[in-house]
Design a protein around this ligand. Structure first.
Ligand code: FES
Ligand code: FES
Length: 160
């Protein structure tokens, strides 16, 4: 069974008939072709599927697409302004904060929201935030370094 929904994704309005059983993760990947949102555990544990719903991070595998009706969603594809990289993406690139990259879109989306609320985070606060994300490759050290670098970069760009 399908239901008509309207969502704004990365600033673009969409009106679609969504399967009532489709998760938000499957909807953005399969209906909107935004495959940067990854699906790992499908149980709300790994954080790979994180997107922003009205600016707040949510697990897109735990939400139905129809529950997002009328809301604004930001996926990893909508994080950067224009064609360049977002400062958080630049920091992950520069500090080697990824290896296979499977966890990376979800972490970066979460970090963008986290740094809005914690513009000068301690390493402990960063590690606490990362508790909601599983990375099987990096051991987290370089991810923490990348987030700290992103915070510095955003702070200096706001001063300029
Ligand atoms: S796929 Fe959603 S939390 Fe793991
Ligand atoms: S970089 Fe491979 S899972 Fe995190």
């Amino acid at each position: 069974m399908k239901r008509a929904i309207r969502v704004t994704v990365n600033g673009v309005p969409h009106a679609r008939d969504a399967d009532v059983r489709s998760t938000l993760a499957d909807f953005v990947r399969e209906d909107l072709d935004l495959t940067g949102t990854h699906v790992g555990c499908e149980h709300g544990v790994c954080g790979a599927c994180t997107v922003l719903l009205d600016g707040e991070p949510v697990r897109a595998c735990l939400m139905l697409a129809v529950q997002a009706d009328g809301r604004a969603i930001t996926t990893i594809e909508g994080i950067a302004p224009g064609d360049g990289l977002h400062p958080v993406q630049e920091a992950f690139w520069g500090k080697h904060g990824l290896q296979c990259g499977y966890c990376t879109p979800g972490i970066i989306v979460s970090v963008c929201a986290f740094l809005e609320e914690h513009p000068t985070p301690t390493h402990e606060e960063i590690r606490e935030m990362l508790a909601g994300h599983l990375c099987r490759c990096t051991g987290y050290h370089f991810i923490v370094e990348a987030i700290a670098e992103a915070a510095r970069s955003l702070a200096s760009s706001q001063k300029a």
